[in-house]
Design a protein around this ligand. Structure first.
Ligand code: AMP
Ligand code: MG
Length: 691
């Protein structure tokens, strides 16, 4: 069997939604191809779902693509039912039988009556169906199970195996699927008829047609949806994602089912293989390898290597807007709706049609008033309506005159022209048109991003999982902050600094503690870190000395790359991959550790987190200091802005932690030699630019 190019997953509903906002329990569908899914589609009613499905099938057929379409309701009933109802045990005859009888309109349908009809014929009016949810009583359909008797098995074989699956006999009540089946099968039957030999139904027919209809049950493999997300929308997207990545052979195996009468649930018995695996494969061991012959690297080259060698390592989820600030957007996002959605008035005043020339104009007022959120009746030609800021322009209004420019009389207004057509109004879509790209993948979402997403119809956004970054301090001389001081020992200053820095970058910081200078201890700690983190920052022990165990250990596995970067402050940066987890071996000196984190680790971690390459914004400002430097190394000075000039910390000693705390940012001096005197422009990068 050749592979499916497209999957369409549909979460069906027994009810219809007549309201304006998406509801949890209407129909949701999602298209996936090769693991990439489109935004879930909200289908308000079965009628619109049928049209949408037909359009999708049509388009896929035209493009020569094979489609696997999944629906979350049973395709068959327990053994014996079809035979009793329509005289054959072919479930597709039952589909046909139901299609001929079920009437389905947006606001009413006859499903309870058909169920009762079957009950009267098959089970003396006591079963198999139950739960009449209508006001009126129906002969043969019980409201509850008091008098219930079912001549058929309660569940299909697959439902007995799938824990938590509901019986198809219950038509109403929490979790009931009975109505979905009665209302779903006729739609599928019509699609079958419409696409005829292009459709095959699993597992009743051989899947040798371009479109396969398959019974799914998302709860079989999915856990709870994330907070604030519409469950059905999330589920169809997850299932579409997983199924669209299945290798052909695995899919063929899962579809190889013999259940000619009752049907089967896709994936039953293969749950473990169908769990969403959304995390990309780990980085390769050689991702920090430098081209042959490269030894001493200028800063810009080092950054360019990092930029071209690293890629996202985190998974993707859907996140409600409430929780999305600071998250990295996982996909480009388009406007569902224009902003403003309809033309509206920018001022309080009076609206009418067309501009007016120079001169006095008197217009009769209609009795209505248009305030924001109102939908007043159309305004007749030559009439005006009172209209308030933000109100949608009623039909017959395209121009507004300011209330300050109007004299209000008894049922009429007078004002002086000229006034241009369209004056004081905002056009629909003048800010954002429908379908326009509003946010690009890789952005770290700001409060304003959430505003534009909300305004254009989004309640949730696709985001990357937070990057988990571990921090380890190494060195026999280190004591944890706050411990009792001992001679010869220093307090571990890097760990609190790096952990909080990572948090402010928007990552999840994981404290991996302090480890003494032995290879075994470090090995154990890196194993532990690699298990729970996406990346690890170590500080100390990263040079080439006897006690430099980070570099030694990474060297043992062959995954060590010593980057000798032409930067001050900074020692070699030991980069490596430990059990698939990238390690940034920072120098131990707090000043160098901070500078290397900001300049190198920050943008690299950003890429791992799914972010765009982050270029910190600097500013050319007058220096309040003088300094000369030799060519060969780029230099970063601890610096801060005062009175429009940038000051540099008096000492450049790399152990001077006080200077870090004194500073608000860094001055970047170029690779070349430089001689700065007071008043010269130098590049200042505020710490906030690195966030
Ligand atoms: P190393 O890179 O291990 O040779 O350390 C260089 C210098 O940084 C030494 O003076 C260390 O004591 C100091 N150092 C290393 N780690 C830390 C830390 N976590 N906090 C404060 N100082 C440190
Ligand atoms: Mg050390």
């Amino acid at each position: 069997m050749s592979r499916f190019d497209t999957v369409v997953m549909v979460d069906w509903s027994g009810g219809n939604d007549a309201g304006p906002t998406p509801k949890r329990d209407a129909i949701w569908a999602c298209i996936g191809r090769n693991g990439e899914t489109e935004d879930p589609v909200y289908l308000r009613s079965r009628q619109s779902a049928e049209i949408w499905l037909a359009q999708v099938f049509e388009a896929e057929l035209a493009a020569g693509r094979r489609v696997l379409a999944g629906f979350d309701f049973p395709f068959g009933y327990p053994t014996g039912f079809a035979q009793t109802v329509c005289g054959t045990d072919d479930p597709l005859d039952l589909w046909h039988w139901l299609e001929a009888r079920i009437e389905d309109h947006p606001k009413s349908n006859n499903r309870f009556d058909i169920a009762a009809q079957i009950n009267r014929a098959a089970g003396q009016g006591k079963g198999p169906f139950w739960a009449n949810a209508l006001q009126r009583d129906i002969d043969g359909l019980a409201r509850n199970k008091a008098e219930y008797a079912n001549p058929f098995p309660d569940k299909r074989a697959c439902e007995q195996q799938a824990t938590g699956a509901f019986t198809c006999w219950q038509l109403a009540g929490a979790g009931a699927v009975g109505s979905q089946v009665l209302m779903g099968l006729p739609v599928l039957e019509r699609l079958r008829r419409r696409f005829d030999r292009h459709v095959a139904v699993w597992p009743f027919q051989p899947l040798n047609a371009p479109i396969a209809l398959v019974e799914i049950w998302p709860s079989l493999t999915l856990g709870r949806e994330p907070e604030g997300v519409i469950r059905d929308a999330w589920q169809v997207q997850q299932v579409a994602q997983v199924v669209s990545t299945l290798p052909d052979a695995q899919l063929a195996q899962i579809l190889d089912v013999d259940a000619p009468e009752e049907g089967w649930i896709f994936g039953l018995g293969y749950e473990d293989q169908l769990k969403p695996v959304l995390v990309p494969p780990p980085l390769r061991n050689d991702c920090f390898a430098l081209p042959a012959g490269v030894d001493w690297i200028p800063v810009d080259d080092a950054l360019a290597y990092l930029r071209s060698n690293l890629k996202p390592v985190v998974g993707k989820t859907i996140c409600s807007l409430d929780a999305a600030r600071g998250a990295v957007l996982a996909k480009d996002v388009k406007a569902f709706r224009a902003n403003p959605p309809h033309p509206n008035t920018a001022v309080d005043g009076y609206g009418f049609a067309g501009g007016r020339p120079v001169g006095v104009h008197v217009l009769p007022l209609v009795a209505d008033r248009a305030a924001a959120g109102d939908t007043p009746a159309p305004v007749g030609e030559g009439c005006a309506i009172r209209i308030l800021t933000g109100a949608a322009l009623p039909d017959g209004v395209d121009t507004v005159v300011l209330q300050e420019d109007v004299t209000l009389g008894d049922g009429q207004i007078a004002f002086h022209g000229p006034i241009k057509p369209g004056a004081n109004t905002r056009r629909a879509g003048e800010d954002v048109t429908e379908d326009a790209l509003i946010l690009e993948a890789g952005r770290k979402l700001t409060p304003a991003d959430l505003a534009i997403a909300a305004a254009t119809g989004h309640g949730s956004l696709p985001v990357c999982d937070k990057l988990r970054v571990g921090v380890v301090s190494t060195g026999d001389e280190l004591l944890p902050a706050g411990a009792v001081a001992k001679p010869g020992m220093v307090f571990d200053a890097n760990r609190p600094m790096l952990l909080s820095l990572l948090t402010s970058f928007g990552f999840e910081a994981v404290d991996l503690g302090h480890v003494e200078d032995t290879r075994d201890a470090l090995r154990a700690r890196l194993n532990d870190g690699a298990n729970q983190c996406d990346a690890i920052l170590t500080s100390g022990g990263a040079s080439a000395g006897d006690e430099d165990h980070v570099s030694a250990l990474l060297g043992e596995t062959g995954a060590l790359q010593m980057w000798r970067i032409a930067v001050k402050p900074g020692r070699p940066l030991a980069l490596g991959v430990w059990e698939g987890t990238p390690i940034f071996g920072l120098p131990g000196n707090p000043v160098a550790a901070l500078v290397c984190t900001l300049i190198f680790a920050r943008p690299a971690l950003g890429l791992l987190a799914g972010q765009d390459w982050k270029q910190p914004q600097g500013f050319d400002v007058p220096a309040a200091f003088s300094k000369s430097k030799k060519p060969g190394r780029r230099e970063y000075l601890r610096a801060r802005m005062r009175d429009g000039r940038v000051e540099a910390f008096a000492s450049e000693g790399s152990g001077r932690i006080s200077g870090l705390s004194w500073a608000d940012g860094l001055v970047e001096l170029p690779d070349e030699g430089a001689s700065v005197t007071e008043g010269d422009l130098v590049r200042y990068i505020p710490f906030a630019s690195f966030l």
